[in-house]
Design a binder for this molecule. Structure first.
Ligand SMILES: Nc1ncnc2c1ncn2[C@@H]1O[C@H](COP(=O)(O)OP(=O)(O)OP(=O)(O)O)[C@@H](O)[C@H]1O
Ligand SMILES: [Mg+2]
Length: 275
């Protein structure tokens, strides 16, 4: 019998760059950590290391050192001030979807032999809809798609969801309108895109919740702290806590030996349906 607890694997994506993936990932992660959950955040932004910036953390090593076998995940993980454990990203991440079976085995081993057991594994994916982003998202148990109310963000969010659909993935996709003016605007953005998904793809996405446009968010970036830590009483901190509750309440139905991570890597390497 394994004593490992199940882990929930959640991917955050958007298609278009700069719409708030990292802001959302970092703040959900920090809000969950404040609730006492053990959260591991993987930075999927290749080379930019901007999750480190958002959390005020600096690490000597990154995920590429794990892939090359030079370091263990324990060596690479940064325990940040906000309570979130961070795996800094690296260009090696783009190869995660094309590892050999043996390499996949070592990565699973690397995650399984982490000293700490995590409740939530959150992945802030890179912008765009490259194969590796789609593979990473497809392998997650849950997928959050961040979008803004501008035509290119909506089009790219739809394009991401369409590629997932073509891969046979229509479950556990949640839309998160960011930089909206309020609840009605968030609902409207969700409903408008969801109608298109229903009409052209024949399934429904779900609603994760919204984040208002808030001038304190860029300020928190400057302070290199999540807003839930530096301005916990702000409007957006409340919204991020709502989103964290949403993530916390998502089902985690995988309880095999390696928890959701085994599931995650199996999915990552299962044959993909051709479009
Ligand atoms: N709700 C918001 N209100 C105001 N500003 C915001 C909000 N969300 C994000 N921003 C600002 O938008 C900018 C881009 O955000 P962020 O870096 O999180 O986007 P991203 O999708 O991760 O970008 P990339 O594709 O480059 O990784 C940041 O300067 C951030 O401060
Ligand atoms: Mg980012």
């Amino acid at each position: 019998m394994s004593l490992k607890k199940p882990i929930k694997v959640v991917g955050v994506s958007s298609g278009k760059g700069g719409v708030g993936k990292t802001t959302v990932s970092v703040n959900i992660a920090a809000a969950l950590a404040k609730q006492g959950l053990d959260v591991l955040l993987l930075d999927g932004d290749l080379g930019l290391a901007n999750v480190q910036l958002a959390l005020g953390a600096a690490g000597e090593y990154n995920f590429s050192h794990v892939l090359s076998g030079e370091k263990t995940l324990d060596d690479v993980v940064i325990n940040t001030n906000s309570g979130v454990d961070l795996v800094p990203g690296a260009s090696g991440l783009k190869d995660l979807a094309s590892l050999s079976e043996k390499e996949t085995g070592s990565v699973i081993q690397a995650f399984s032999s982490l000293t700490k057991q995590y409740d939530i594994f959150l992945i802030d994916t890179a912008a765009g809809i490259s194969n590796s982003v789609v593979s990473l998202l497809g392998a997650c148990q849950h997928r959050i798609i961040v979008l803004k109310d501008d035509p290119s963000s909506i089009a790219d969010a739809y394009a991401t969801i369409k590629v997932l659909f073509l891969e046979g993935i229509t479950q556990d996709i949640y839309l998160l309108p960011n930089e909206v003016s309020g609840m009605d605007h968030g609902d409207q953005l969700f409903n408008n895109l969801n109608k298109v998904i229903v009409k052209f793809l024949g399934f429904e996405a779900s609603y994760a919740g919204f984040v208002r446009k808030d001038d304190v968010i860029p300020l928190a970036w400057k302070k290199a702290m999540p807003i839930v830590s530096c301005l916990p009483n702000s409007q957006s901190a409340r919204e991020f806590r709502n989103l964290a509750n949403f993530v916390n309440n998502l089902p985690s139905d995988v309880d095999n030996n390696n928890g959701g991570l085994q599931f995650f890597f199996n999915q990552l390497h299962s044959p993909r349906r051709s479009a």
